[in-house]
Design a binder for this molecule. Structure first.
Ligand code: ADP
Ligand code: MG
Length: 672
């Protein structure tokens, strides 16, 4: 469990949660009591009392009242039953029929208050109910929370568990808003706020506590950002280097292409950071394919020339492996020793790498999260680079920084964040931006197609394959799940096999595969031993196979524009014309933006307008960036306030012994 949540009890301690419901909750990422009570409704259904006389024949009605007659149960053939009773409401008596709820018979006693939702037959004065709730509409309106659930776990279950958890542990739940601000804004306490958000009585109250909970979430987030910023500022004593420019230039001259102007500027900015006594804390932003990697490699080489170690952290093993192979290639003929360290590096090799890193015989290391495990010790880490930065949360940011003595830090991100937001979220960093694409790059032709046009799509694929090019095919799911009609990679493989017979080799990669197998298939794709690569979004970030010229994305409406842009960025990396085909039967207006725009910055603005921050920070691995209730875009005003307040709180020395302040700081500096 995350530190500082304040609750020692576990989910299984909540009355009513047994092993089965526990595993269902875990399945949707609810692993602690705090997770459970902050599993906020994604929408609310409003039940408003109707009058019998104001509803037309056959129309939907919501009405409450007392049961007046003992329900009569009729059983028909197997599995079919019907119950009838009379209901006294404020606007008259009405008959109610409901099918297949025989199990409710014992609860529907005479005198019971119920809400009936159904269709009114005016002639017969009977409501055919679709739902009956043991409740009343005492305030004329009832607001019902609707939760994200999973099969086997109903909305009702979810609500019951949450309320039980609140009842049992509500007082112990950590409140991240300091007293002074609670008072200043007249906020209700955390427990009350949670009670209301899960059981709102009026829309006004709901709105009020929503603001309070958003503020809290943003306060916590901004406190951490401000803290990191403060720490960075304090450290004026960064490494001072004298870079041997002649040697560095020799390395740059061997690169088989000419760097773009923007790349050169970014390199200069990085080199001057490395030379200056202030610690580098820089974000390198650039559209997909703009060539950020080589810029970082040059930084690493400069760092090596000054006698320091470098570490490059990537979000996936595929990407780490690719960077490793590239780096080894660029470093041919130099004395640099490079290692690759990921979760699947064999034990013995891992130990050798640990040793090499701590005694300094390894100069550069590339890897995944494995780089920030406790066992890893560096001899003289001078430069830390994280690729696709938005995938790492604040915690990881801090952790990597803590590793070295006072290493310089460079973050790379291909998901451009509109400037105003970037300044706030990455307010603690300097920013270099690569806008220019390398020479010879062509615009990727993008088209939106319907599922019914699949034949055309296959023909387009065939054209490219005949020209000895390769194709990516993306699907949102790996396996079929009960309540989804989304395309899966396995289905697609069968479809493609059918269409292309044995002419081309087809294979699959997805996130749940063992990484060895994944790497092997990626290698084969790179070598053109596989021509059609079917994949989930694991290829989203960074993968570079220039001979792949076609990207086909199924169920494209499932993805945010920034993700689509990232995926599309996998093609168009060589000099051949490339195309991207988005298949979807819905949401085509939004998808058409992809046909028009090829500038990641503009697309990210559009995405921001349409979806808030959601897609920008990814969802799976985003850690702190995945807000539960706040949205950076929609709640920007609250964010600014939270930023100001949290800074004030951080800088106020009188608070230094507050449990809350300590907890917040501790939660930044410990691995979770
Ligand atoms: P990204 O910015 O998306 O991480 P990469 O660094 O993966 O992009 O670069 C994409 C491709 O472009 C790579 O194959 C890289 O070697 C190549 N590349 C980078 N810079 C240039 C350049 N100035 N001219 C031509 N090709 C380049
Ligand atoms: Mg990249």
């Amino acid at each position: 469990m995350r530190k500082g949540s304040g609750i020692l009890a576990e989910l299984k301690d909540v009355k009513g949660i047994g092993p089965k419901s526990l595993s269902l909750l875990n399945k949707i990422n609810i692993n602690s009591i705090e997770d459970l009570v902050t599993h906020y409704p994604f929408r609310y259904d409003v039940l408003k009392r109707d009058e019998l006389s104001s509803i037309d024949d056959g129309e939907k009605i919501i009405i409450d009242g007392k049961i007046e007659s003992i329900p009569i149960l009729m059983r028909f053939k197997a599995g079919l039953n019907k119950m009838n009773f009379r209901l006294v409401t404020q606007s008259g008596v009405v008959g109610v029929s409901i099918f297949n709820r025989a199990f409710l018979k014992n609860k529907l006693l005479v005198g019971t208050d119920v809400i009936v939702i159904g269709k009114l037959d005016k002639g017969k004065n009977v409501i055919t109910a679709s739902d009956i709730k043991m409740d009343t509409l005492s305030n004329k309106v009832k607001i019902e929370p609707v939760y994200h659930c999973t099969s086997g776990l109903t909305n009702k279950n979810m609500s019951t568990y949450i309320n039980m958890a609140l009842l049992m542990y509500g007082k112990e739940i950590m409140d991240y808003i300091p007293k002074e601000f609670q008072e200043k804004y007249n906020f209700v306490n955390k427990k009350t706020a949670l009670n209301i958000i899960h059981n709102p009585s009026t829309a006004e109250k709901l709105k009020e506590v929503t603001v309070r909970l958003k503020y809290e979430e943003l306060f916590e987030f901004m406190f951490k950002i401000n803290y990191l910023k403060q720490q960075n500022k304090k450290e004026k004593n960064g490494l001072v280097r004298v870079i041997d420019r002649d040697k560095l230039n020799k390395f740059i001259e061997k690169i088989p292409f000419t760097l773009t102007n923007d790349q050169n500027i970014a390199i200069e900015e990085i080199l001057s950071d490395l030379e200056s006594p202030t610690r580098m804390n820089r974000l390198l932003q650039g559209d997909v394919g703009s060539g950020k990697t080589i810029v970082s490699f040059i930084g690493m080489y400069a760092n090596f020339l000054c006698g320091y170690q470098s570490a490059l952290m990537a979000p996936t093993e595929i990407l780490a492996t690719q960077h490793y192979n590239n780096l080894v290639h660029f470093l041919k003929g130099t004395k640099v020793k490079v290692a690759l360290l990921t979760g699947s590096t064999p034990k013995k090799e891992k130990n050798d790498i640990y040793k090499g890193l701590s005694d300094g015989t390894i100069n550069m290391v590339i890897g995944t999260h494995a780089l920030i495990q406790d066992e890893v010790e560096y001899n003289n880490l001078g430069l830390v680079i994280t690729d696709e930065q938005h995938r790492f949360g604040v915690h990881q940011r801090a952790n990597l920084q803590n590793k070295g003595v006072k290493p310089d830090v460079l973050y790379m991100s291909a998901t451009p964040i509109p400037r105003t937001y970037a300044l706030t979220i990455f307010g603690d960093m300097d920013v270099s931006t690569i806008k220019e694409k390398p020479l010879g790059r062509q615009k990727i032709d993008t088209v939106v197609k319907k599922t019914s046009e699949i034949k055309e799509v296959l023909e387009m694929m065939y054209e490219e394959l005949k020209n000895k090019h390769q194709v990516y095919v993306i699907a949102p799911l790996i396996e079929e799940s009960e309540n989804s009609d989304l395309t899966t990679v396995n289905e697609l493989k069968d479809q493609m096999k059918l269409a292309f017979k044995d002419k081309y080799k087809i294979d699959i990669v997805h996130g749940k595969m063992a990484s060895g197998a994944k790497d092997m298939i990626m290698e084969q794709f790179k070598k053109n031993e596989v021509q059609i690569l079917i994949s989930t979004t694991v290829v989203e970030v960074g993968v570079d196979v220039p001979n792949a010229t076609t990207m086909v994305i199924f169920d494209a409406d499932r993805f945010g524009l920034s993700t689509l842009h990232q995926l599309r960025g996998r093609v168009g990396r060589g000099t051949s014309k490339s195309r991207c085909i988005l298949i979807s039967d819905s949401d085509t207006e939004r998808l058409k933006i992809m046909e028009r725009e090829d500038d990641g910055f503009i697309i990210s603005e559009e995405d921001f307008k349409l979806r808030g921050h959601g897609d920008l920070f990814g969802t799976k691995q985003s850690g702190d960036m995945a807000f539960k209730i706040a949205s950076i875009k929609n709640d920007y005003k609250i964010l600014l306030q939270a930023k100001k307040d949290s800074k004030e709180y951080l800088e106020n020395k009188d608070n230094d012994n507050d449990l809350l302040k300590k907890t917040l700081i501790e939660s930044i500096t410990t691995v979770n």
